[in-house]
Write a protein of this length. Structure first.
Length: 330
């Protein structure tokens, strides 16, 4: 049974691992040097995309066909009538496919993490960012060990959907949609709350104010909210102006309505910007503060381990469902 499963999966596995070897060589010879990242934007974005897409590819093109191929041709009945139980049939498929998927995603992610380390290290020191810190949602999913959990989940998800739908193309599409939905939901509904964010109340000063968001009106631009300098390398969840009671203020009070330059004036100079910041800093005397909530850069690896555990737990739950559903499969 193990030999048969390997024969079914060997071509996809060899193809993916060969592609990973080529990617690894390419990244090894093009690793950026600290301080010079101007020509690295394309490989940087490409590596992000590759790590994020690989688990979905493994679930759709490895997991789904492994089951639907047999269900559509009826060969599963032949196997089950030759002293191979349903549970063993599925266990062998999972035992071969899940480790292969986890290793593939883990190797790619760790190679990309090593390649991007100079860029990530620089991003962790910047407050005005040219590259996103690695703890932010877009980069987090393409670094470290979390993609190992993503690959395990995507693979068993493909198996579960294949058992339910029994049609290759339909199961591929549903697997992709469900996996994408989970990957969109976790960064916003789960990850910010697993480790409680750091919260700070920042005094509004000319030096702490980094920007202002405005909205155009018939009387010119109306200041809506302020932004203060954010901790370097962090994932900022909230950067909002609040009053003395802690309630979010939007738009800003009329007391600072005259801080914006008049409509039709020349673009502000550096001196003008300094005066604007000093003007907005008057809010601190009225009891206003800036509320900051963020995940600091130091929580990257703890968050990675938590996310890996979450997706391995989801994988175990989906695997349990697969064995339960298999009992009713004809």
């Amino acid at each position: 049974m193990t030999w048969l499963t390997w024969r079914q999966l060997r071509f996809p596995v060899v193809s993916v691992y060969a592609a990973l070897a080529l990617i690894g060589v390419g990244l090894a010879v093009s690793r950026p040097v600290r301080g010079g990242f101007g020509d690295q934007e394309f490989p940087y974005l490409g590596s992000l995309l590759a790590v994020q897409l690989l688990p979905a590819v493994l679930g759709v093109f490895w997991g789904v066909p492994m089951i639907t191929r047999e269900l559509e041709t009826g060969t599963h009945n032949l196997v089950w009538n030759q002293s191979v139980t349903r549970s063993r049939w599925l266990a062998v498929k999972l035992g071969v496919g899940v480790p292969a998927a986890m290793v593939a995603a883990g190797v790619l992610s760790l190679v990309v993490t090593w390649w991007a380390d100079p860029i990530d290290s620089a991003a962790a020191l910047e407050t005005e960012r040219s590259f996103e810190p690695r703890i932010t949602p877009l980069v987090f999913v393409a670094r470290g060990i979390a993609p190992i959990g993503y690959a395990a989940f995507a693979f068993v998800l493909g198996i579960a959907v294949a058992i339910l739908l029994r049609r290759t193309v339909t199961a591929m599409a549903v697997t992709l949609v469900v996996y994408a939905a989970v990957q969109l939901a976790v960064p916003f509904a789960v990850r910010p709350h697993v480790l409680p964010p750091v919260e700070e109340s920042v005094t509004l000063t000319a030096r702490s104010i980094a920007g202002v968001q405005t909205e155009e009106s018939p009387n010119g631009y109306v200041p809506q909210s302020l932004r203060v300098l954010e901790p370097a390398g962090s994932w900022v969840l909230a950067n909002e102006t609040v009053d003395a009671n802690g309630a979010v203020v939007r738009p800003l009070p009329a007391a600072v309505g005259d801080c914006m330059p008049a409509e039709g004036t020349e673009p502000p100079t550096l001196a003008d910007l300094d005066r604007m910041r000093e003007c907005f800093a008057r809010l601190s005397y009225l009891g206003y503060r800036q509320h900051l909530a963020y995940q600091p850069a130091s929580r990257f690896w703890p968050a990675q381990w938590v996310e890996l555990a979450v997706f391995l737990a989801l994988s175990a739950l989906v695997t349990w469902f697969c064995f339960r559903r298999l009992r009713h499969l004809s």
